[in-house]
Design a binder for this molecule. Structure first.
Ligand SMILES: [Zn+2]
Ligand SMILES: [Zn+2]
Length: 134
């Protein structure tokens, strides 16, 4: 059976599930993530788009750039997912919203050219100055 993981927003109106393992997880340091999530770093897991399902509620969408749409809860404001036309077969999901976030270990940093100078986090992981799309 395929590994399955679920998560949701703070208020509980949005719930999702994806049938994919907890890998391909990156700490993103870009300024767009900072301004859209309000966090100093946003950690994303990339999953096959076809493996992802909203199981409760309907997410609001925000186009944060010409290629990128971010999905969030219109009630509590939580950011849950990101789609980019640069990788049309995948969806990025915020690991912080996973029910089993403790098991979701990052494997790299991305967009470190925008990293805050005072931020110390997972210093042993490899870094990509921007983002290498596989
Ligand atoms: Zn919510
Ligand atoms: Zn980012």
């Amino acid at each position: 059976m395929t590994e399955s993981h679920s998560g949701g927003c703070h208020c509980g109106r949005l719930r999702y599930r994806f049938d994919a393992p907890l890998r391909d997880i990156a700490h993103c340091h870009c300024s767009i993530c900072r301004r859209t999530t309000g966090g100093i770093v946003t950690t994303w897991i990339t999953v096959p788009l076809s493996s992802f399902h909203w199981i409760q509620g309907s997410a609001a969408a925000y186009a944060s750039s010409a290629t990128c749409t971010r999905y969030f809860c219109s009630h509590c404001g939580c950011n849950l997912a990101l789609f980019t036309t640069q990788s049309p077969d995948t969806l990025d999901v915020t690991v912080a919203t996973l029910d089993d976030v403790e098991q979701a270990l990052a494997d790299r940093h991305i967009w470190t050219e925008s990293r805050l100078s005072w931020l110390t986090l997972d210093g042993h992981l490899p870094e990509e100055q921007q983002e290498v799309i596989f």
